[in-house]
Design a protein around this ligand. Structure first.
Ligand code: AMP
Length: 542
């Protein structure tokens, strides 16, 4: 074998932000703040502050390999943390503010976070969780003052802008190996402990390049990208890496994600391409209909995280001429695995066949391989055979962080990752997700574990057996429905069950409805057959 004679430069996050600051110095990052004001600065300025922040982290005692947590919405300080933490060889651990306080504390403990940076709007969540956090966890509020941090639990909080003001501007970035860890994100909602996915610099850079190579309209120099998908979830689909890499502007929407707020922001900032879960687009499209127009400049909407409904694709495309690109991915796949960019390019749909194509989750990105497996056998990519979707690639997890038990069951003998999704693959490579083998419900982009809800329901005295299934919901995509077999003689009511569950579960996990049945369909192995239950209830399932 003859070795190539090319320079070996490491693929690092620092190389992305340095490239953006050198090549696209005046391209902007705009943030909508929680208070409703607008913040904007250029990649050059962002890069300068990222250097200062890196010096701040070092002064706080953060060392290579340490985990530094963020609990924040999409804004410029969160963007800075992504790059500064990873740039010094530490790990940016994004926490989901929608998780209950106890789960947050478990995750912080498992990750052994050293410092927690949080948005002032999330101060009450931090103060609630403080007692359960490790004593030596240091806290920094992402603001220029202490407003919102008045509670005694937050007495020792440091202020982001004060720390930055005292830091030297230039950071001598260390030469990192590309295999060094850069980010950490826990998958939520599954049963058992949440599982951490540990991204490397290399996987993040390659993922960004692959997302760009998929050929969306938005990811081009000079265009404006809006990640509605949160920075705290799965790298915000790689956009904080891909946009500076390609020279596109970023618009970071803060906490207000309702239709009218998004419309106003997109209209004002001339957003070209907006990325998010179906739930947020329900609100946007309602607002577009109310105003009788699309936000100025909007060319495309990327829909992922849950299946894009046909009515949504038709609404955007036929009523407003906005191209919809449907995609599939997982926290474990960095996350984008497939995107439905059509060879014909964008345009307004006319035929049913084209809509069917757009309903599919599209083709794998460069570096992503898919296979479908049923009863241990690999299935044909003929658009007919269905099976569990397995994936492998340069930006797919190779194991869960500090979790050998979960890792042991997540891969097949050849090292492919088992997704828990059920899919078909057409001869032309387009993926169609048809079901989910994992027992989870996805509501508004957040997971609800059916098993957790069932366990909570089974602890109630009147409930003999129960099952939770997802039912389609116009706004949230899916909502949980609880199906209950009562104990003999029990008079328990729907309202009593819902009230009891509300005291045990997070608000959004509580089923909207309870259905009483005489018996539940069972599988041969004596488990409740959710497949049969879903079929039995299909006519009511909306
Ligand atoms: P998460 O790791 O929380 O991002 O969730 C990943 C899961 O979301 C996948 O395994 C699928 O079950 C689901 N998912 C993501 N995108 C889609 C999509 N376009 N259609 C259907 N399900 C999806």
């Amino acid at each position: 074998m003859l070795t190539g004679m090319m320079m070996r430069r490491q693929l690092t996050m620092t190389s992305i932000i340095e490239h953006a600051s050198r090549v696209f110095p005046d391209t902007m990052i705009v943030s909508a703040t929680a208070e409703g004001s607008r913040h904007s600065y250029s990649y050059r300025e962002a890069s300068r502050r990222i250097g200062q922040l890196a010096n701040t982290l070092a002064a706080l005692g953060v060392r290579p390999g340490d985990r530094v947590a963020t609990l924040a919405w999409n804004g410029f300080r969160h963007f800075e943390l992504y790059y500064a933490i990873a740039g010094i060889g530490a790990v940016c651990h994004t926490l989901n503010p929608r998780l209950p306080a106890e789960q947050l504390a478990c995750i912080v403990e498992h990750a052994a976070d050293r410092v927690l940076f949080f948005d002032p709007t999330l101060a009450s969540l931090v103060s609630q969780s403080r007692a359960a956090f490790p004593d030596d966890l240091r806290l920094v509020v992402m603001a220029d003052g202490l407003a919102g941090c008045e509670s005694p639990e937050l007495a020792d909080v440091m202020i982001y802008e004060q720390l930055l003001a005292n830091a030297a501007p230039d950071c001598p970035w260390p030469e990192l190996d590309e295999s060094v860890a850069a980010g950490l994100c826990y998958t939520s909602g599954t049963t058992g402990a949440p599982k951490g996915v540990l991204y490397s610099h290399r996987s993040s850079v390659l993922h960004a390049l692959s997302v760009i190579a998929a050929g969306t309209e938005g990811l081009r120099p000079g265009n404006v990208i809006l990640p509605v998908v949160p920075l705290f979830h799965a790298n915000a689909w790689g956009l904080p890496h891909a946009a500076p890499l390609v020279g596109a502007s970023l618009v970071l929407p803060g906490p207000r994600l309702d239709g009218p707020s998004l419309f106003t922001l997109m209209d004002r900032e001339r957003v070209t391409s907006a990325w998010g879960v179906p739930t947020v687009w329900v609100g946007l499209i309602e607002e577009m209909r109310r105003q009788g127009r699309k936000p100025q400049g909007l060319v495309e909407v990327i829909v992922g995280g849950s299946a894009a409904p046909a009515a949504m694709i038709e609404g955007f495309e036929r009523e407003f001429g906005v191209c919809v690109v449907h995609g599939w991915g997982m926290t474990e796949t960095s996350p984008v695995g497939t995107l439905c960019t059509l060879p014909e390019g964008r345009g307004t749909l006319t035929t049913g066949a084209e809509i069917n194509k757009k309903l599919s989750q599209g083709r794998p990105l460069f570096g992503v391989e898919l296979k479908i497996v049923e009863d241990g056998e690999r299935q044909a990519h003929d658009g007919k055979a269905a099976g569990e979707l397995y994936v492998r690639g340069h930006s797919v997890t190779a194991g869960y962080f500090e979790n050998p038990a979960a890792t042991a069951t997540a891969f097949d003998a050849e090292g492919w990752f088992k997704t828990g999704d059920v899919a078909r693959i057409a001869p032309d490579g387009f993926l169609q997700i048809v079901d989910r083998s994992k027992d989870l419900i996805k509501s508004g982009g957040e997971w609800i574990s059916s098993i957790d809800v069932e366990n909570a329901a089974l602890s109630l005295p009147g409930v003999a057996m129960c099952a939770v299934i997802a039912v389609a919901h116009d706004k949230w995509g899916e909502r949980p429905l609880l199906v209950v077999v009562k104990r003999d003689g029990s008079e328990v009511t729907r309202e009593e069950i819902i009230a009891a569950l509300a005291s045990r579960l997070s608000k959004w996990q509580v089923p909207d409805d309870v259905l009483f049945v005489d018996c539940l369909p069972m599988t041969a192995t004596g488990k409740v057959s959710k497949l049969k239950l879903r079929e039995q209830l299909a006519p009511q399932g909306n």
